[in-house]
Write a protein that binds this ligand. Sequence first.
Ligand SMILES: [Fe+2]
Ligand SMILES: [Fe+2]
Length: 188
Amino acid sequence: MFHHFIGQKLSRSEKIQAWVVSCLVNSKIPQIKRESSVIWELKHSSGVIQFARLLAQKRGINEELAVVAAALHDIFVVLDGSYNQHAKKGATIAKKILKRYKFNSREIAQICEAIASHSDKHVYSEKPLVELIKDADCVDCFFYGDGIYNSKPKEITKHYYGRIISIRKEIGLPAKHYFTNALNGGMK
Ligand SMILES: [Fe+2]
Ligand SMILES: [Fe+2]
């Protein structure tokens, strides 16, 4: 029977997921000092974790590493409330957390690289875990609204649209006119 995050039998990945949730629900940073809400961060981290799991299974990537990288990808925002350079700063924090939960140096390097580069949606690497975290982040955000990234510059948003179009195809979802139109420079 599944433990539902109760008791002592949590895996290291589950312990990290639980730790992220506890950081948010026990945060001392008032809402006014946060760029996003605690509610958003709770929903977003949970969403990205599940989409990372889905994409990991689809692409044959190590699921545990994908889940942990997803859980920690916005850890700087979770702890600090700011998005300024949060990917790089978050990777430094993640390194300490991962050591605490007995991840080895190779796993830590892979997870931290994915966290550090997750904001660079315009960069397409050959590294499966790095691309998976960027993609899982996009999938979760776009499910809150097609225009969620529209405050970013057009040169940047086109990469988000390109990613969501190809991920939807990959997982068998129908093409969406909004995204193809926006990618081609149409009215958003
Ligand atoms: Fe982020
Ligand atoms: Fe994110």
